[in-house]
Design a protein around this ligand. Structure first.
Ligand code: LAG
Ligand code: CA
Length: 474
């Protein structure tokens, strides 16, 4: 269950964090489909407890498995999945079934469901005390697998997935989404569940719904969120035999290097040799919705130049399934998503230059990022070849003879004639510009008969990357 079932000619997943369903449907049709994106990770679909201040994280506290959230209704969800699939863009749902809510007085959900959280009673499912690890204990020892998996993560009531009844509720919840046409799931807090239980649950999922352009016998894609930076009792290798796994070391190492702690030239053997999962098992990303607000060492939209370099490297490199974060602006950990005075989520507005307004960052609409999605598509099925570096932080490599990228992570200009692998001709650097009506609005790169070109990335420019590919010839 590691196959994404992207539509041919599409690649790259974008996490449209906290977007509403009808806005995602619009985005699939007007932008993601035409730009060649492969899929969208959407925020949790199950009903969550309403937290008074309406932080984003209330969605990680399920109160029932009904599809009523601030993102929309069940009908709106189904309609989005249908429209996105028709636009060639797959939908992956963030599913939360390690736990239900924490303790809340008079708990009420986004669909009106109530619960006695202190009594571990959730009539909307229904679950009772018996379905949980009860009496509760707190996770406080990451060297002890039983503590991590059978106790409560930050006070969230911990379901017992070894119970047949609990498994059945979870499987039904997931299968309803499969019926609606989703292509797979991001499994929240997978590290906090036993691999054997997960394996059983996933084995009971239906095949993908053939009415949504999936091949027959297609299995749902599963990516399990297992945070493993090393040094804890639970390993990502306990999970990758039966589904893909989030590779948290990926964004950590790239951020670390661009922050000046390791030379970029070391990335010549980037991949399993670095202790990363096998490529086909790994979901990779620079930041996610947790690390962007909780981990100061991870690059985010806030350090835009370095961040675009990181994302460009990720999309140019063939290792792993790439996921792009699409954020809302925030100052503090708890900051609300864009919302009105009564707590309804706001839709993004689209500016004339394709960027977003209304508090949405929309990294996926930054030219340097969406053009690298196109690069990734153009370079599909090729390897890294003709690696070059200056012994420090200036690197370049090809993808077969389909594309070439150079990155300047040094504190001085990159000015070099380099072998580009691509056929002779005139190319548009898709980082500094777009190809519009056969004209390049950015740097033009001339590749000579020897497939060499003069490459320039001055330090004072907006971006530290240059990229050309066979899909963007002038
Ligand atoms: C995840 N992956 O394993 C999510 O990616 C992450 O965003 C979730 O935490 C977490 N696991 C649980 O699904 C988020 C926030 C937490 C928040 C939690 C539940 O990072 O801060 O906890 O969602 O809403 C909040 C409070 C805690 C409180 C807890 C229970 O911050 O202080 O104890 O709620 O009331
Ligand atoms: Ca657990």
């Amino acid at each position: 269950q590691k196959e994404l079932h992207y539509v041919p000619g599409h690649d790259g997943m974008v996490h449209l964090f906290e977007w509403k369903w009808h806005d995602i449907a619009d985005e699939c049709e007007r932008f993601l489909g035409p730009m060649g994106f492969g899929g969208v990770q959407v925020s949790p679909i199950q009903e969550n407890v309403i937290v008074g201040s309406r932080p984003w994280w209330e969605r990680y506290q399920p109160i029932s498995y009904k599809w009523y959230t601030r993102s929309g209704t069940p009908d709106e969800f189904r309609e989005m999945v249908r429209r996105c699939n028709n636009a060639g863009v797959r939908i992956y749902v963030d599913v939360v079934f390690n736990h239900m809510t924490g303790d809340h007085d008079n708990a009420k959900g986004t669909g009106g469901t109530t619960a006695d959280t202190h009594g571990f009673s959730y009539p909307g499912v229904p679950y009772s005390q018996y379905d949980f690890h009860y009496p509760p204990c707190a996770i406080n020892n990451y060297q002890d697998p039983a503590n991590v998996r059978n106790c409560e993560l930050v006070g969230l009531h911990d379901l017992d997935q070894s119970k047949e009844y609990v498994r059945e509720k979870i499987v039904n919840f997931l299968n309803e989404a499969v019926d609606a046409g989703v292509a797979g799931f991001r499994v929240d807090a997978a590290k906090h569940m036993w691999p054997e239980d997960l394996k059983t649950i996933f084995s009971r999922l239906k095949n993908l719904n053939p009415e949504h352009h999936f091949p027959s016998d297609a299995r749902p894609y599963i990516v399990q969120e297992v945070i493993d930076y090393g040094g804890e009792a639970i390993s990502k290798y306990e999970y990758n035999s039966f589904g893909a796994v989030t590779e948290f070391r990926y964004g950590m190492e790239i951020s670390n290097s661009l922050n000046g702690n390791n030379p970029l030239k070391w990335f010549v053997n980037w991949g399993e040799a670095w202790g990363l999962l096998p490529s086909q098992d790994a979901l990779v990303f620079i930041d996610n919705h947790d690390t962007q607000r909780g981990n100061p060492n991870i690059l985010t939209y806030k350090s835009s130049k370095l961040y675009k370099m990181a994302v460009a490297f990720m999309l140019a490199h063939p290792y792993g399934t790439a996921r792009i974060m699409s954020s809302f602006k925030f100052d503090t950990f708890d900051a609300n998503p864009p919302q009105d005075s009564v707590g309804n989520l706001l839709s993004p507005t689209i500016n004339p230059d394709d960027t977003c307004g209304n508090g949405w960052v929309c990294e996926h609409r930054w030219r340097q990022i969406y053009n690298m999605v196109r690069f990734r598509n153009a370079a599909n099925n090729t390897d890294v070849n003709n690696w070059w570096d200056n012994g420090q932080n200036q690197i370049a490599f090809c993808r077969g003879n389909a594309g070439f990228i150079a990155i300047n992570g040094d504190k001085y200009d990159l000015k070099q004639t380099l072998f580009t692998c691509v056929e002779p001709g005139t190319y548009c650097d898709v980082i500094s510009g777009n190809l519009e009506n056969n004209k390049c609005t950015g740097k033009v790169v001339t590749v000579d008969q020897d497939r060499k070109a003069y490459i320039e990335i001055p330090l004072n420019q907006e971006d530290g990357v240059l990229a050309i590919h066979r899909g963007a010839k002038v």
